[in-house]
Design a protein around this ligand. Structure first.
Ligand SMILES: Cc1cc2nc3c(=O)[nH]c(=O)nc-3n(C[C@H](O)[C@H](O)[C@H](O)COP(=O)(O)O)c2cc1C
Length: 318
């Protein structure tokens, strides 16, 4: 009995410590280095521009506020921290201008961006890694794992046609090769192919604006909480669930489908609404959604999403 009480107390105490750690180190915390915060903020906003450009039919002059925000934020950013945000921002802004020039659109904002780009010319060496890049769905997959991993990108140009459930289950079986703690396999996957239900779920998610209408196949990946017990395991549902979701995206890629992970960074109220709309049991935590389907075309465009130099993320400890 005492043991059980200690576990309950531990869960509350760990939740409190989680809250303090998050408050101390989160993106709005004044105690976090300003360059670090700007680094992420610029990447996030530049990504919304590259994402907008990677859609099937980008809206003309979309995201004017974001564009101005990115230019202002980059002007105040110290590139000696990392050049990646500058690459992403400059690449995205240039791609934005090129897209509009090709469409014959003129606007004072485009002149403003051109001025800004000229100011940055030489400050960050080209080629600027940002904007969009070509992507090809090769009919034969690369045989080695390294190239297979490189052959996945988030695809936002999907055909809405529902895939055969048997084929989808084949992909799910492949994803079950994901490792899990003690092999407990707490991950669950909910498949939706009814357009109305998909739109309802995507409206609650919010991150698929601009391509939601083209989604005809949707996964919600979740994880059963009852696989975990005690304060130390409070976040493990997310660890196993995310590994499973990654394997599921690779499995879909091996079937020749495109996927786009969709965040479920939501509060309890929205999580409950998604669970309700998706018929998902209460005892499952939601990990993420994954939109998937046949690609509209073998040749498409994807957001550049460049990766950081490895030395920026890896530490060799003595
Ligand atoms: C957990 C998670 C949530 C994501 N949520 C969204 C989303 O809501 N909308 C979207 O368009 N892309 C979303 N993405 C896709 C990322 O933008 C993308 O993975 C990133 O830019 C790297 O590009 P890549 O997947 O093409 O390699 C998400 C990715 C992850 C891993």
């Amino acid at each position: 009995m005492f043991d059980k009480l200690m576990k309950v107390a531990g869960i509350f105490s760990e939740a409190l410590r989680d809250a303090f750690t998050f408050l101390r180190f989160n993106a709005y915390s004044p105690w976090v280095d300003k360059s670090k915060r700007s680094f992420y903020k610029i990447i996030i906003e530049a990504h919304t521009i590259e994402k907008g450009l990677s859609l099937q039919d980008p809206k003309q002059l979309f995201g004017k506020d974001k564009i101005r925000f990115v230019m202002n934020a980059l002007s105040r950013y110290d590139v000696s921290h990392s050049t990646l945000p500058a690459h992403m921002a400059l690449g995205a802004l240039e791609a934005y201008v090129n897209f509009h020039t090709a469409a014959g659109v003129t606007d004072p904002l485009l002149d403003e961006i051109n001025c800004f780009l000229r100011e940055w010319e030489g400050k960050v060496p080209r080629p600027w890694k940002g904007g969009i890049k070509d992507y090809a769905f090769e009919s034969s997959l690369p045989p080695d794992l390294q190239h297979l991993m490189a052959s996945r990108s988030s695809i936002r140009t999907l055909k809405p046609a529902p895939l055969r459930p048997e084929a989808v289950f084949e992909a799910i079986t492949m994803a079950q090769l994901a490792p899990s703690q003690c092999n407990r396999q707490s991950s669950r996957v909910h498949l939706y192919q009814d357009p109305k239900r998909i739109q309802q779920l995507l409206a609650l998610q919010g991150g698929s604006r601009g391509f939601a209408e083209s989604v005809g196949n949707l996964f919600v990946v979740s994880s059963e909480v009852c696989a975990w017990g005690g304060p130390g395991q409070r976040n493990q549902a997310y660890v196993d669930g995310a590994l499973f979701a990654m394997c599921l995206m690779f499995a879909c890629r091996s079937m020749g489908w495109g996927t786009c992970p969709l965040n479920l960074a939501v509060d309890h109220k929205t999580e409950k609404a998604i669970r309700h709309a998706g018929g998902i049991p209460e005892g499952e935590r939601l990990i993420m959604m994954i939109a998937f389907g046949e690609p509209v075309s073998q040749q498409t465009k994807v957001a550049f999403s460049p990766r950081r130099p490895v030395a920026e993320i890896a530490t060799l400890h003595a």
